[in-house]
Ligand binder design. Structure first.
Ligand SMILES: *[C@@H]1O[C@H](CO)[C@@H](O)[C@H](O)[C@H]1NC(C)=O
Ligand SMILES: *[C@@H]1O[C@H](CO)[C@@H](O)[C@H](O)[C@H]1NC(C)=O
Ligand SMILES: *[C@@H]1O[C@H](CO)[C@@H](O)[C@H](O)[C@H]1NC(C)=O
Ligand SMILES: *[C@@H]1O[C@H](CO)[C@@H](O)[C@H](O)[C@H]1NC(C)=O
Ligand SMILES: *[C@@H]1O[C@H](CO)[C@@H](O)[C@H](O)[C@H]1NC(C)=O
Ligand SMILES: *[C@@H]1O[C@H](CO)[C@@H](O)[C@H](O)[C@H]1NC(C)=O
Ligand SMILES: *[C@@H]1O[C@H](CO)[C@@H](O)[C@H](O)[C@H]1NC(C)=O
Length: 922
């Protein structure tokens, strides 16, 4: 009892210290916080007091003096995730925040290359590249009593040399944009001579002089008339540039996407003899006239500010032009600011953040230096989640749903605040050294699965735990001091437990691998993230050891990074891990081979609970396919759609990489159309449409996933699987990729796909887009129409390629020539035409002319409705007149085909799929 109390007091004390130390120590009179990373002690320089960052990061291992000079930087040698400086802020107060990232070099040579993202809270602000000095500055309104400034692991190690936080009371900047962050793109003191900042600028904005083409106009004696208030230092306004006709400022290095920008111009007429009407000019931004006949003096003062909103992409052209209005003098400008408006991303549910941070503190007390806890920094879920937990979006807010602390050698009590994570569904604390009693859970808890086995817990399992309304799995075995008997009133019918059973052998000393107590299946529910990480982490550690000392980046296989064009971003949902033993049992030692997938063989199996599964195995000896395995694991652990093959779980023991899916009893669409299955039973036309529609919906989900677009890259009829109700599920995501966004410049060198389905434009330009999938899907539509394979060199030369063979017939409206003879008379002409037209549009050689998959979904929905209505109608007629007969739908509709515009000469020449060499063998 006494011990418990002391523990509690200590815990609270530590928590308070950690939360509030920085407020006490580091802000100075103006509320400024100036952090010089890796310095030994505080110092004052030019009216600013700088403090070391040892309150945030005590370790001096990553400290380096970069740039020969005396500026030190902190380098974070991390494998994934992010490192954040959590800064004290006052809620609803505006702040300016500024991080400095000098070029990383010693003795003139670059130490390493890296590229990473800087975020304020969960909102990415800028990408930092080690090739150039960079200062990242943002203006934001604090949402909480702290604000995280984070470096998010990308390629190579992130680093930082200084961080400044300034309260900012100029409401002109954010006023109605409080849900945004303004990124400072340029702030220039035109005609100035040196940098101006605090104390001249009370908010410590840094105004840099620009070396300019234009004549300086300086007048040190000028004063602002009529007491106009401005926070811009007079030092900045005392200089300007002018020109007899026009001033033109180009900012070319902006982000490539569409962003809104705010451009602020500052004017002070420096020549007292100028009168109204003497200096009048127009202002253009990106060739759009924003101000007509602007006269600084028109408002009765010699000072003026102008604010413009503009949407731009890549560059801003700010032009002040005298025009032809007869003005005597040319334009003048004293200073300007260009700010990029960044939409603020949502952060994790505030209560969950508070509670998980308490859990962290409670764990830290008895577990100083724990590797897992060192990776816990900043927002737990966004933009990148902490290892050991997983998050989900519930009712529009991001919450923590899974916690996996297994096998981390944790000591001390189970952190009591764990019970306050109100959205937690699974909790795995197994294989640690947790001691003491199990805490009390509130009845409102959402927990469905709890694993506290293999610890040193004492007492008995509390009533509060077993009577949780949603709890279905509870493992508590192998706690030698813990009572095996559960409270008697438990609702045993829906709760599965290990009854406290213990087989000591599986208590593994290896960090991380979760080996559940029970056999495979439901008992070993764990979260994707923790385990995937373990799986990858070991590999990365090995990779890092190999390159030890060179500080190299880990290359392209780093999966837990911010979204890049290459990898698919992860937001895990719960999937299971299976032991190798379990997989071997389920497949009877890989008895039944049912196919060869993207990176390995696929076997059929049955789990102990009776579920039939398909097990995809990448063999330990093969060097190919690791990337595909990881890619598929990543994508499938983040997505779910009824028309995509779901992932049940995976196994990565003994260098085996295995993925487990539900078995699709009706095989593949290919097999049903012209494989063995087709010989047994013909796939009828309505079913063909509904399969195509299902697959299109699955692709639509992918193409719109996460606000970006995931491209499957290997759409084909053999990757469209059919479950026992003949519902289509798209499979095989080993090659899936994010479509490049604006700004992702380079084409990918490795073009993927299957001959016969390949988008000719993608093949020849290597420019990937969702339209490549649309092309391949068009080929699939032709397959369901014709029942023919996309490429068959057994046929006459002009029929090798399905696409080239079918096109002329469709153009001449000779549909009968291409329709599968097996379904002749079994379709409604209008429905058939809809599908044919959709197919034709999809296989346009130029992606720009192809529809989006959404359009195809709509077209197929219509086709299905027409077909089904026709079937109903015919049935009713049949029943009344007992007609029937072979030609169900005698009405043949005349259809006009709209021939798409002929491409112009400026467009790339096409290669037709049949003449190009097949892509890399699969
Ligand atoms: C800034 O520092 C200078 C000396 O470096 C000192 O004279 C001046 O008073 C300081 N100003 C403020 C506002 O602290
Ligand atoms: C300028 O600001 C001061 C205080 O911030 C205020 O007293 C004064 O009235 C303002 N003057 C004008 C012209 O807005
Ligand atoms: C800001 O604009 C000025 C004037 O166009 C230019 O000389 C300067 O290089 C720009 N600064 C940055 C950081 O782009
Ligand atoms: C720019 O601002 C307008 C209006 O404020 C808004 O509708 C639009 O979505 C913004 N565009 C971007 C790219 O943020
Ligand atoms: C500077 O100001 C003085 C008086 O305030 C004026 O006589 C002079 O012409 C001005 N010079 C310029 C370059 O504007
Ligand atoms: C910048 O804008 C002005 C005014 O619209 C235009 O005349 C000029 O050609 C533009 N400059 C560039 C480099 O586009
Ligand atoms: C700029 O946009 C804001 C909204 O973001 C609006 O309130 C303001 O009036 C706009 N200013 C101009 C000059 O259009």
């Amino acid at each position: 009892m006494m011990e418990g109390l002391v523990y509690w007091i200590l815990t609270c004390f530590v928590f308070l210290i950690v939360c509030f130390f920085n407020i006490v120590q580091s802000t100075n009179a103006q509320g400024f916080l100036s952090i010089a990373c890796c310095v030994q002690s505080s110092f004052t320089d030019k009216n600013l007091t700088w403090i070391p960052d040892d309150q945030w990061f005590t370790n001096r291992k990553g400290c380096k003096n970069l740039n020969q000079g005396n500026q030190s930087s902190r380098i974070f040698e991390i494998e994934w995730g992010k490192r954040c400086y959590s800064l004290p802020t006052v809620k609803d107060q505006d702040y300016l925040i500024r991080g400095s990232f000098p070029v990383v070099e010693t003795e003139g040579a670059a130490v390493f290359e890296s590229s990473f993202t800087v975020s304020v809270g969960s909102t990415p602000l800028s990408v930092v590249n080690s090739s150039a000095d960079l200062v990242v500055e943002g203006i934001f309104r604090a949402a909480n009593s702290y604000t995280d400034f984070c470096l998010v692991h990308g390629k190579g190690d992130p680093y930082i040399s200084s961080l400044e936080l300034r309260p900012f009371n100029d409401s002109g900047y954010l006023n109605d944009k409080s849900s945004n962050i303004l990124k400072v793109v340029n702030r220039t003191d035109l005609g100035g001579f040196g940098e101006t900042r605090y104390p001249e600028d009370r908010y410590d904005r840094i105004w840099k002089p620009a070396s300019s083409l234009y004549s300086p106009a300086a007048n040190s004696t000028v004063i602002i008339h009529n007491n106009v208030n401005t926070t811009v230092p007079l030092n900045v306004l005392r200089t300007a540039v002018t020109d007899s006709t026009r001033l033109e400022f180009l900012q070319n290095d902006l982000d490539n996407g569409d962003y809104n920008y705010t451009v602020i111009l500052y004017f002070l007429e420096l020549n007292d003899s100028v009168r109204i009407g003497k200096r009048v000019f127009d202002i253009y931004i990106n060739n759009e006239k924003k101000a007509d006949n602007f006269d600084i003096l028109a408002k009765g003062s010699n000072y003026g500010e102008l604010v413009f909103n503009v949407t731009a992409k890549g560059s801003l052209n700010l032009t002040l032009d005298k025009g032809s209005n007869g003005s005597e003098l040319g334009p003048l400008c004293n200073a300007f600011e260009m700010l990029q408006v960044r939409q603020r991303d949502q952060e994790t549910d505030y209560n969950d953040v508070v509670e998980i941070k308490k859990v962290e503190e409670e764990l830290l007390m008895p577990n100083k230096g724990n590797d897992l806890l060192e990776t816990w920094s900043g927002d737990p879920c966004l933009p990148d989640h902490w290892p050991g937990l997983a998050c989900n979006s519930i009712n529009g807010s991001t919450v923590i749903t899974d916690l996996d602390l297994s096998s981390n050698q944790f000591q001390g009590s189970i952190p009591p605040s764990i019970t306050k994570l109100t959205h937690l569904k699974t909790m795995n604390l197994s294989n640690n050294d947790f001691s003491g009693e199990i805490p009390t859970f509130p009845p409102s808890s959402d927990l469905t699965s709890v694993d506290i086995s293999y610890n040193e817990l004492e007492g008995s399992v509390p009533q509060s735990l077993v009577s949780l309304p949603h709890l279905s799995t509870l493992n508590y075995g192998c706690n030698s001091q813990l009572d095996n008997d559960l409270p008697s009133t438990m609702n045993s019918s829906k709760l599965t437990t290990d009854s406290g059973a213990c087989s000591r052998k599986s208590r593994g000393p290896t960090k991380g691998i979760v080996i559940g107590a029970a056999a495979c299946g439901s008992a070993v529910v764990t979260i994707a993230l923790g385990t995937i990480l373990v799986c990858l982490y070991r590999k990365k550690l090995m990779a890092r050891r190999k390159y030890n000392g060179k500080g190299l980046s880990l290359g392209k296989n780093v999966v837990f990074s911010l979204p890049s064009t290459d990898e698919v971003f992860v937001r895990p949902i719960s999937i299971q891990t299976y032991t190798l033993q379990c997989i071997e049992m389920a497949t009877e030692k890989y008895e039944t081979l049912i196919g060869e997938g993207g990176f390995g063989s696929v076997y059929r199996g049955t789990l102990p609970d009776g579920q039939e599964v398909a097990v995809k195995v990448r063999s330990a000896t093969s060097t190919q396919g690791t990337r595909e395995f990881e890619n598929e694991l990543n994508l499938l652990s983040a997505i779910w759609h009824e028309n995509l093959v779901p992932l049940l779980g995976f196994c990565c023991e003994n260098d085996q990489q295995i993925l487990v899916y539900p078995f699709m009893s009706n095989g593949s669409l290919q097999d049903r159309l012209y494989g063995e299955a087709a010989k047994r039973k013909i796939l009828d036309w309505p079913t063909r449409i509904s399969i195509a529609l299902g697959a299109a919906r699955g692709l639509m989900y992918l193409h719109t996933y996460g606000g970006r677009s995931v491209v499957h890259r290997d759409v084909k009829s053999s990757n469209i699987l059919l479950d026992d109700s003949m519902s289509a599920k798209v499979a095989d995501f080993g090659f899936s990729k994010y479509a490049p966004q604006e700004g992702d410049s380079n084409a990918s060198l490795e073009v993927r796909g299957t001959a016969g389905y390949m988008d000719p434009e993608y093949y020849s330009t290597q420019q990937l887009s969702a339209k490549s999938d649309v092309f391949s899907f068009g080929v699939v539509l032709l397959e369901i129409i014709s029942g023919r394979e996309p490429l068959n060199i057994q046929r006459p030369r002009n029929e090798w390629s399905l696409v080239e063979w079918a096109k002329p017939y469709i153009r001449e409206s000779k549909i009968d020539e291409i329709v599968d003879p097996n379904i002749k008379g079994g379709y409604h002409a209008e429905a058939m035409w809809r599908v044919v037209e959709a197919a034709l549009a999809c296989i346009e050689p130029f992606s720009a002319y192809r529809p989006c998959i959404e359009d195809i979904v709509r077209e197929l929905e219509d086709a299905l409705i027409i077909e089904n209505n026709a079937s109903e109608y015919m049935k009713s007629i049949d029943s009344i007149y007992s007609l029937g007969g072979s030609n169900r739908f005698p009405i043949v509709m005349e259809k006009k085909i709209v021939v798409p515009p002929t491409p112009t000469a400026s467009e790339p020449s096409t290669t037709n799929p049949q003449t190009m060499a097949p892509p890399e063998p699969r």
